[in-house]
Design a protein around this ligand. Structure first.
Ligand code: ATP
Length: 803
């Protein structure tokens, strides 16, 4: 199969990772790989000169590896550098002028991962909207012999893709009748295989949970707001931020949650109050009355009121200035949101989706629908492209006819939950919502190592408690603090800026309650703790187990008890995502980008990067996928002499294949506990010794930097979501106990549980049940959903996999 990939519509971070993944997976599966420059416009224009580097199609499928001669023929065609540097003069004398459909090889897409936007160019093509334009596009594809196309773009681009595929047979017939193609070409190109990937920063596509570029855009928004926080507080100012999103409020909503904003406007759910100005001013003036010095309002560019009258940032500013007398400024983030280095997920997801896209093309038949590759329930999924486009359009149509309930129902359930969560944590009520008898004293503690999102989760708990009338009690320094009576009530305003803070505001350590279980129980009684929320990693899980088991002896533990997993190692059983692991992945990506730069500048250097993670290889594996590492060593798989020997052999071969003078740095990621014998130092020395004149080796240990400084937006948002779900759980179980459903305050085993993310759904697992899924000796879950990605890391480095 000859396959081409193009990027179209507005650019987004992660598009380069798509191109890289499609090219690499294509070559690995025996395809000839091409890129189309400037989106559909490039297809319409095609190549004016006939020069096209050619080499035989790979003969094998699925198992092409570095020693295969056809793989070597597909290493590079020399245009990668041209694409990267622009189309101007190039020392090699090669030019891309007049060439829009370009053959690329493995090394041509090298190092593209870390770059924002799209290196192959994108455009909005008027010509492709016309039948003549699409006829030319078909001709140009057939001329180059291309029979499969990956399109990465927004809903417009995917609509175009679907129309193109539907028209294809008639386009081929027309080209034949015009004598532009031969009968042989007609029979070879009767069917166009096409697959869409959603590259769009708005996250506005239905049937996928995340679009490529949206997570990075959210990072840019949060960075901007984090910077604004300090000046807003210093001057006691209000800031109104306009963010992108014509029909989709995802960026505004997630930005609002992740930055702790005061008010947001989104197209799907305009403020219900009419006039909304009164409602907004009431909420913000309450914040100011209790002493809040800063105000942040986020407006999606497509925001409007219930009557569809647009709500503009400038107008919101006038309202805040005139009615509340606030010194208000407007910041329009504009194109800043598009740009910059992709965050970890915008490298991982496009890679997984790009690989899947190639599979989908290979499996396509004339009768199968064209697919859009998306992410649903944390898994890469194929959905019929037409349906996804139709459903996306339905949201815009529902908004147009003011059916906001329908617009919200067409978004995924998480969207609604997030909106409700935002309101619950940003609105101060005049009176607590619950009557006194239903109010609870909730103890909150952090246990284990600090992780991004712990503070954001705590803030959400506190805000929710205050709204309901509960008493949020900070237990500082974990169980040790409890024994020392280090307990105080937290206030709504006191936790205001905790969303953006890394580390643990409460203080955390690894002390477990069995240090003195009896005294722990008496402290629970003394401080009238009626529910407990523990935020932390494996220790926190352990602590909950001990407390639950202690119920036999201590009535004080017959209360609802919850564990929110928060650990950079992501080693808590049964959950796919612990708070802090995303921050950590991003810290690893940042560090490796810098290391790779240094490694490449010095040429021929292999960096062995050591990560934390304890006995769990999650960070190492997902980090390796996110930085394009060549090899990854995990505790689950371990290291032995045979693998090391193969690794050295492979590195030598790979460096020998590099273009002279253009060798790049390579990254090897090693989890700290992958082997007690083959330490990072030993491996580095072996590589250095064996590399000889081909390559050198250095090591870097990321250590505690992986805990990250500022939590990532995802960890902040998930922190809030986990927290609010936990409070609902606590309230439910408290009520059951209060109603004496259990005799003499006997709390059932399901009232001590861990909140887990399983296939994107939040599920409660009683701590007793968790034990069955835990590898207590190695402090990790028995099943690692990410384990298979180690093979993918090595495939994408053309590293033969060991059986
Ligand atoms: P973004 O989300 O950034 O706006 P998009 O893919 O939706 O990205 P559009 O400008 O809508 O951006 O579409 C990109 C290109 O896709 C168009 O310039 C056009 O070439 C093609 N396209 C869009 N809609 C159609 C259509 N109905 N028929 C043919 N081509 C189309």
């Amino acid at each position: 199969m000859k396959l081409a990939v193009l990027t179209s519509g507005g650019d987004s971070a992660g598009m380069n990772a798509v191109v890289r993944a499609v090219v690499k997976a294509g070559i690995l599966k025996g395809c000839e790989t091409w890129i189309v420059r400037e989106g559909y416009e490039g297809l319409v224009r095609g190549n004016t000169d006939a020069e096209t580097p050619s080499s035989p199609l790979l003969s094998t499928t699925l198992d092409v590896k570095i020693n295969d001669p056809t793989f070597i023929q597909n290493l590079r065609f020399g245009d990668g550098a041209l694409l990267r540097d622009g189309t101007g003069d190039h020392p090699s004398g090669r030019t891309l002028k007049g060439r829009y459909i370009v053959r690329v090889g493995w090394d041509d897409v090298r190092g593209w991962f870390a770059e924002g936007g799209t290196l192959i160019g994108t455009a909005r093509s008027q010509a492709f909207r016309t039948p003549e334009g699409r006829l030319n596009a078909a001709y140009n594809l057939i001329k180059e012999g291309i029979d499969a196309l990956v399109v990465c773009g927004g809903d417009g681009s995917l609509t175009g893709a679907d129309i193109f595929r539907a028209e294809w047979p008639s386009l081929v017939q027309t080209l034949r009748s015009q004598d532009r193609i031969t009968d042989e070409q007609v029979s070879r190109h009767g069917h166009l295989r096409i697959v869409g990937l959603v590259g769009s920063i708005d996250n506005d596509m239905s049937m996928t949970d995340l679009t490529i570029g949206a997570p990075t855009a959210l990072h840019r928004i949060c960075e901007a707001i984090d910077n604004i926080h300090s000046t807003a507080t210093s001057h006691s100012r209000a800031f109104v931020l306009e963010v992108m999103g014509r029909h989709c409020g995802w960026l505004s909503l997630m930005g609002g949650i992740s930055s702790g904003a005061d008010f947001i406007f989104i197209p799907e759910s305009p403020p219900k109050a009419d006039p909304w100005e009164d409602a907004m001013c009431e909420i913000i003036s309450k914040h100011r009355e209790i002493g809040k010095r800063k105000t942040i309002v986020i407006v999606a560019e497509g925001a409007h009121d219930v009557n569809l009258k647009p709500i503009r940032a400038e107008y919101v500013k006038d309202v805040l200035t005139d009615r509340l007398g606030l010194d208000t400024r407007v910041t329009t983030l504009g194109h800043i949101q598009r740009g910059g280095r992709p965050c970890a997920w915008d490298r991982i997801l496009p890679t997984l989706q790009g690989v899947n896209a190639v599979d989908a093309l290979l499996e396509a038949t004339p009768d199968s629908p064209s697919y859009m590759i998306g992410i649903q329930e944390n898994r890469v999924r194929r959905v019929p492209l037409v349906e996804a486009v139709k459903m996306t359009k339905a949201v815009a149509e529902a908004i147009k006819v003011q059916d906001f309930e329908k617009a919200m129902s067409l978004r995924d359930p998480e969207f609604r939950e997030n909106l409700e969560g935002f309101i619950a944590t940003s609105t101060l009520e005049k009176q607590p919502l619950l009557p006194p008898e239903k109010r609870i004293r909730v103890g909150i503690m952090h246990v284990g190592a600090p992780a991004g999102g712990m503070n954001a989760a705590t803030r959400a708990v506190v805000r929710y408690c205050k709204r309901q009338g509960h008493t949020p009690l900070a237990i500082s320094n974990g169980f040790k603090g409890l024994l020392d009576d280090n307990i105080h009530e937290l206030s709504w305003l006191g936790v205001d800026s905790w969303t953006v803070r890394g580390g643990s505001e409460l203080g955390t350590n690894r002390v477990l309650p069995d240090i003195d279980l009896g005294t722990v129980a008496s402290k629970f009684q003394e401080h009238h703790i009626q529910a407990l929320l523990i935020i932390g990693g494996f220790e926190a899980f352990n602590a909950l187990m001990i407390l639950e088991a202690g119920r036999v002896h201590y009535p004080a533990f017959h209360i609802p008890m919850v564990h929110i997993p928060a650990t950079i190692s992501n080693n808590v059983p049964m959950t796919e995502f612990s708070l802090g692991s995303d921050t950590s992945l991003n810290a690893l990506v940042d560090a490796c980008d810098s290391i790779k730069q240094s490694a490449s500048a010095s040429r021929n250097r292999v960096f062995v990067v050591e990560t934390q993670g304890g006995m769990c290889g999650y960070i190492a594996t997902m980090g390796a996928l996110a930085v394009g590492a060549s090899i990854v060593y995990t505790p689950e798989v371990g290291i032995n002499l045979d693998t090391l020997r193969d690794d050295v052999k492979w590195l030598k071969k790979r460096y020998a294949l590099d273009e002279k003078g253009k060798s790049e740095g390579r990254i090897v990621i090693r989890n700290e506990k992958a082997s007690t014998v083959y330490t990072t130092e030993v491996i580095t020395k072996i590589f250095k010794e064996e590399g000889g004149s081909l390559f050198d080796s250095r090591s870097a240990s990321l250590g505690h930097t992986l805990q990250g400084g500022v939590p990532s937006p995802l960890d902040r948002a998930y922190g809030a979501r986990y927290a609010l779900k936990s409070m609902a759980f606590i309230e439910k179980h408290h009520e059951q106990l209060r109603e004496k459903k259990f005799k003499a305050r006997q709390a059932g085993p399901d009232s001590a549980a861990v909140i887990t993310l399983q296939s994107a759904a939040l599920k409660w697992v009683p701590v007793r049940e968790m034990v069955e899924h835990a590898d207590m000796k190695n402090r990790r879950g028995k099943f690692a959903w990410w384990g298979k990605h180690k093979g993918l890391v090595e495939s994408l480095a053309a590293r033969p996999q060991l059986v």
